[in-house]
Design a protein. Sequence first.
Length: 137
Amino acid sequence: MPLSAVDVARRYFDLQSNGDVEGALGLFAPDARFIAPFGELPLPEGVRGYLQGFQVSFPGNGFEVTNVIEQGEQVAIEGYWIGTHSGPMTLPDGSEMAPTNKRVRAPFVTVFQVRDGTIREHRGYWDMAGFMAQLQA
């Protein structure tokens, strides 16, 4: 029997918190959509690069889940993404930001569509300006 929609969504965050990008990618259906705050990323390579980038820039990062709402195939998870910027971070223009060693606590909401134990759609929302502001001096 497949995992419930909430269990799949929580598993996605657990795998990422443990640095298991491949495990997290394995939860997606082949034709799934992944929408990040700045737009849609292609699966699997675009999403792999996005998730691995956070592992390099913020090793040991994790999620603090504060609220979960489920309705049928839809699951919304709210919480905080937490990490310390101890590795180089590639910016959207391709340049790199040197490690600041600052701790970031960024609120997020991710809405998933889960069917038959796999993620069909991921829509992530978080405050990019607030995230970057926490890295400034």
